[in-house]
Design a protein around this ligand. Structure first.
Ligand code: FES
Length: 195
């Protein structure tokens, strides 16, 4: 891609995630799932809340009203509902949360969504960078490392760039007006496995 093309590609993107200075945007090292089973490192569990991390300016549990239609995604982490521990000690637990018009979601995505809100792993499936940008015209997630784009309305299908597979989805549900995790990620989170 030429520099001009790259610049054009960047037009309309919005940086995500204020207050995430504590997260490295890109990790060139292979990602490995930790065997550590401490609550703060466990992957998302059914029944978890979703919350901003402790280093956010205003750490809080996310409610459905916090997720605005077509707005840039919120970067959140699962939080154990019983203990209040936010599972923020693993970068693989970063979650992109966005609300779309339910009528625009395909059937597979509708099955994972809660009132138009969808959640995906925030780690790129190419080489594991953080997916930190948002194209507010196409409503696609954008990985800044090699410009892979993912469509949240179609189960985060890759629509541009070298990423080999979609971003894993995280099923959601609403209970008593609260947004909850409904199950595990639909696929392994992280970049391509080392050969
Ligand atoms: S790491 Fe995301 S496109 Fe390469």
């Amino acid at each position: 891609m030429s520099a001009d093309a790259a610049d054009n590609c960047c037009a309309g993107r919005r940086r995500l995630l204020e207050g995430l200075a504590g997260i490295a945007v890109c990790a060139s090292l292979p990602l490995a799932v930790s065997a550590d089973t401490s609550p703060a490192k466990l992957p998302p569990q059914a029944g978890d809340l979703l919350a901003t991390p402790s280093w956010d300016d205003n750490p809080r549990v996310i409610t459905p009203a916090d997720v605005k239609l077509k707005a840039a995604p919120l970067m959140v982490f699962p939080q154990d509902a019983a203990s209040g521990v936010t599972r923020e000690k693993s970068r693989l637990n970063q979650i992109l949360l966005v609300r779309l018009d339910p009528k625009t979601l395909d059937a597979a995505t509708t099955a994972l969504a809660a009132d138009g809100i969808v959640a995906y792993a925030g780690t790129c499936t190419h080489t594991g960078c953080g997916v930190t940008e948002w194209n507010d015209k196409t409503l696609h997630f954008v990985c800044p490392c090699h410009l892979s784009e993912f469509d949240p309305a179609t189960a985060a299908t890759r629509v541009a760039g070298p990423a080999p597979r979609p971003l894993p989805a995280l099923p959601l549900k609403l209970e008593n007006g609260q947004l909850l995790v409904a199950g595990a990620f639909t696929a392994r989170v992280g970049g391509a496995k080392p050969a």
